[in-house]
Design a binder for this molecule. Sequence first.
Ligand code: PBE
Length: 338
Amino acid sequence: MNKFGLAASLSLGLVIAGCGAEEDNAGNNAADNAGGNNAAEENNAGENNAAENNAGENNAAEENDAADNDGGEASGNVGEELDYTITGIDAGAGIMSATDEAVETYELSDWDVTASSDAAMTQALADAVENEEPIIVTGWTPHWKFSSFDLKFLEDPEGVYGEAEDIHTFAREGLEEDMPEAYQVLDNFQWSEEDMGEIMMEIQDGTDEVEAARNWIDNNEDTVAEWTDGVEEVDGEEISLVFVAWDSEIASTNMIALVLEDLGYDVSMDPLEANFMFQAVSEGEADAMVAAWLPLTHEHLVEDYGDSMEDLGANLEGARTGLVVPEYMDIDSIEDLQ
Ligand code: PBE
C-alpha cells in the first residue's frame, strides 16, 4: 500500500503506523501527535501569564534563585537552566542542519540540539510557556506558535539562517504532459503567510485539517478561482502529493489537495521525511510537493535532487527560520548563548 516502501515507513513510522497512505489518516495522525487541543488550551494560559509580566518575573525568580534578574547578560545561566539544550524537530529538517551550523559558527559547543518533531517541539514550547520556563526551539514562520505564544526570533548576526525564505512548489518531470490540468493549478498556486496561518490556527484549535482546508477554500473562492481559471475538470485521475508533517506543510498540502480533488482528481497525500519527499518527486514516484523552502533551508536537497524535478516557483513568500524563544526570556541574540 505504501509505494514509498521501507524507507518511508521507517522514516515516519509514527505518522504512518497503521494507516497506510490516505490523506485523511496521514493528516489526522500528524494532528494527533501534535496534541492539538491540549496545546491550544495551554496556549491561552501561557499567553495570559506572559501578558502579566510580573507574574512571569516572579516565576523565573523563584526557579532560578534570582539568577535572571540582572537582565540580558544571563547567558551562562540560560545555558545552565536549559541544560544546554535546544529543542529541535525532525532530524531531516533543513532547520536542523542550519542549527548544527549555528552551533559551530557561534561556538556553542556546550549545546546539544535534540531531534524530535514539530509536534513534540510545540508541546515542549507550550509546556514551557505555561510555566514561564526558559526554552529555545528551532522555529519558523509561518507557524501557529507565533499566534498562540509571545515569541521572538533570536538575532542571527552571522546570518546562519539566511534571509527571508520562499516556499516553492516542485513537480516531477513529465507532469506537465501527463496531467496538464493539475500542473496548471500547481503552477498558479500562490498564497500568503496569513492564508496559511488561518488553516494552521484552525487545525491547532481542534478542527480536522481537511475541514480547516475546506473552510479556507470556501472563504477564499476568488483566490482559488485564479488558480483554477480556465483549467478543465478531470475524471478521477490519480495524483500523489508528498509532504513532511510540519504544521505549515500539513496546512498547505491539505489545501492544494482539496483544490485538485474539486477538479476531479483522486489525490493521495504521503507524509515523508524531507529527503524522501524530494527523492520521491525527483524519481517520479510522487507527482508533486509544495514544501520546498529556498534558497537556504532545503538548498542541500535541491542540490541532490533538483536536477530531475521541476521548480514551479514560490507558492509563499517571506517565510523565515531561526532559533525562537518566548518573549519573557532575557536573551535577544544567538550570541547570548555563548
Ligand atoms: N521547517 C518548516 C522546514 C521547512 C518547513 C522550517 C521546519 C525545515 O526546516 O526543513
